[in-house]
Design a protein around this ligand. Structure first.
Ligand SMILES: C[S@@+](CC[C@H](N)C(=O)[O-])C[C@H]1O[C@@H](n2cnc3c(N)ncnc32)[C@H](O)[C@@H]1O
Ligand SMILES: [Zn+2]
Length: 344
């Protein structure tokens, strides 16, 4: 097999670019190439990829993947295009809230992230890439959709964030190469949640940790009603759907109504209007949305060779909230597990 690994040149951790590329880059004034992940491998054959100014190439498969706006693109958006639209359209990142949510949904403390190599599997608009990178981690964000554009602008000040537009089932990274991996609200949007889980689980180093948040399976009447609604909403254009999301966001701002009606028909009850519209769109637009149980997700962890499993509680605490959550009544709430990859 031809060795296509590029020559290490730059001393900054995580960067590897060859001399010809660097010269071209300087010539073109293209600074964004500095953010191309080092040591990427072909998603099809795992051969090291060659990084060129405008594409990355696998010499074994004779395939090329374009670099657009400084981000290697391995896939088109396909059925996940609604995410590209929503993350680029709405401003929903809030630093304090995102830090708290990151800790709650990953079980990783910000104080332990310094110097860690982290994969944000399904990074969307990059709010959690930003949180982890600001805490000192070397962060790699992967997403199937054009949401990576938003992630790129949100994290433009952070040289320790690198992005790819790719499918989590075919990542351009070496297996067992990350200290920590997290995936928040992502895998249930693929046609095969389990296949995404298994692929992402392999990215963690032995001894490293993986945290996954998936939608919770609600009671059967809630599931039947939701499926009936989504059968309609997933056929709507974004222009048709957004007014309904605005209506949901309006209800989501009305006390009492928001706690009761949202158990029947899901709409976001976030305190911020734009988050409510975005979250409601996020619920009704995607082609796939599967719901899971904690037992199911835990069994996937064990079968993938993980132990020390921790079932993470929801971020909200009130006694009534926790009771409804335990009884699977909160539509849009999650099942959340973190585990450690066994050493062998
Ligand atoms: C609800 S968003 C969550 C984004 C981010 N984790 C957050 O919480 O802000 C789900 C994201 O997962 C991405 N996604 C779903 N399936 C994927 C797959 N198979 N490969 C890569 N990305 C995927 C979508 O494109 C979308 O941006
Ligand atoms: Zn290849």
């Amino acid at each position: 097999m031809e060795n296509t690994a590029v020559q290490p040149l730059c001393a900054t951790p995580g960067w590897t670019i060859d001399i010809a590329t660097t010269l071209k880059m300087l010539h073109n004034g293209n600074r964004k190439l500095n953010r191309i992940p080092a040591n990427m491998v072909c998603p099809n054959c795992a051969t090291p990829l060659t990084v060129m100014p405008e594409h990355v190439a696998c010499d074994k498969c004779s395939t090329e993947h374009p670099i657009v706006n400084g981000i290697p693109r391995f896939v088109e958006q396909e059925h996940l295009a609604s995410f590209g639209l929503q993350w680029n359209r709405y401003e929903v990142a809030h630093d304090d809230e995102d830090r708290a949510t990151f800790e709650a949904k990953t079980g990783f403390q910000l104080t332990e992230l310094q110097g860690q190599r982290i994969l944000d599997a399904g990074c969307g608009g990059g709010r959690y890439c930003k949180v982890a990178a600001e805490a000192g981690a070397s962060v790699f964000g992967a997403d199937h959709s054009s949401a990576v554009e938003k992630a790129s602008s949100l994290c433009s000040h952070l040289e320790n964030v690198r992005l790819v537009q790719g499918d989590l089932k075919k990542l351009p990274f070496q297996e067992s190469s990350f200290d920590l991996v997290f995936s928040i609200g992502v895998m249930h949007h693929d046609s095969d949640t389990r296949a995404v889980f298994d692929s992402v689980a392999k990215m963690v180093k032995p001894g490293g940790r993986l945290a996954v948040w998936l939608y919770r399976l609600n009671t059967w009447p809630q599931e039947v009603l939701n499926n009936a609604l989504r059968r309609r909403t997933t056929k709507m254009t974004p222009e048709q759907l957004e007014p309904w999301c605005r209506l949901g966001a309006f209800f989501g701002g009305i006390p009492v109504l928001k706690q009761s009606l949202s158990k029947v028909v899901n709409f976001s009850t976030h305190s911020n209007w734009e988050n409510r519209v975005c979250d409601t769109f996020d619920w009704y637009a995607p082609a796939y949305q599967y719901h899971h149980t904690t037992e199911e997700l835990s069994s996937w962890f064990r079968e993938a060779g993980y132990d020390d499993l921790v079932v993470l509680p929801p971020e909200k605490t009130g006694a009534f909230y926790r009771w409804t959550w335990r009884n699977n009544l909160i539509v849009g709430s999650g099942v959340n597990v973190q585990g450690r990859r066994c050493d062998s």
